[in-house]
Ligand binder design. Structure first.
Ligand code: SAM
Length: 212
């Protein structure tokens, strides 16, 4: 189930910035060679991530869930001079493609890929202070990731969380365990006084959370 009507989404796609050539290549190769290509952020969401990053001008970004590196490159587009992005992927079968994609991008020197379980790697990165975090891995761990990272987020820093509408199931009667966990995550964020948040109905739902 799409959140937005497909004709509206098509119109939105036609009226955002074109997808950069490098990202067209990653998108195409992911669709040809990798399982579950729908996990890639894609043109419209990718341009939104790029735009938000350019508006925030972050010095340090964390992405949880690299997949083929599409969103990593979108987020890297907004880094200030001397900035860096750390991205974590648990699936070691992706490592070769991820490294190749970053090498072929304009951002190889400022992207730091990490391979392993995100919660372990995040502890290794506990000296970092983030301006921008993108949570896009195993949805059941969203709150654990949020709790781990919130103290490392600078005031005014932003966390973006993907798939928060869960194909519309969070506001339906669905009671399966995944839906309940995402619903609970959304409720916990809404009740957290340390932050202000806003759900964008983009693709599967993106929450933008700003630390006060
Ligand atoms: C939705 S995809 C990420 C898509 C990518 N951010 C993008 O927008 O193009 C989710 C990724 O998270 C990874 N992942 C799942 N559980 C993880 C974990 N515990 N630690 C790190 N990565 C994990 C998956 O292997 C998968 O590649």
């Amino acid at each position: 189930m799409e959140i937005l009507p497909s004709d509206l989404q098509a119109y939105l796609d036609q009226h955002c910035e074109p997808e950069p050539e490098m990202l067209i290549t990653i998108n195409r190769e992911t669709n040809l060679k990798v399982l579950k290509p729908h996990m890639l952020s894609g043109h419209y969401q990718g341009r939104l991530l790029s735009m938000l990053s350019k508006m925030l001008r972050p010095k340090c970004i964390l992405e949880i869930g690299t997949y083929t590196g599409y969103a990593t490159i979108c987020l890297a587009e907004g880094l200030v001079e001397g900035g860096e992005i750390h991205t974590i992927e648990v699936n070691l079968e992706m490592e070769e493609m991820i490294r190749k994609n970053f090498k072929n991008s304009a951002f190889e020197k400022i992207i730091f890929p990490h391979f392993g379980d995100a919660q372990h790697i995040m502890l290794e990165l506990s000296d970092k202070n983030y301006d921008l975090v993108f949570i896009d891995a195993d949805k059941k761990s969203n709150f654990a990731y949020y709790q781990l990272v919130i103290n490392q987020l600078k005031p005014g820093g932003v966390i973006i969380v993907d798939n928060v509408l869960w194909k519309g199931k969070v506001y339906s009667e669905a009671q399966d365990s995944d839906t309940r966990l995402i619903r609970e995550f959304n409720n916990l964020i809404t009740a957290d006084d340390r932050v202000e948040q806003f759900i964008l109905p983009v693709r599967d739902g993106l929450t933008v959370i700003r630390k006060k």
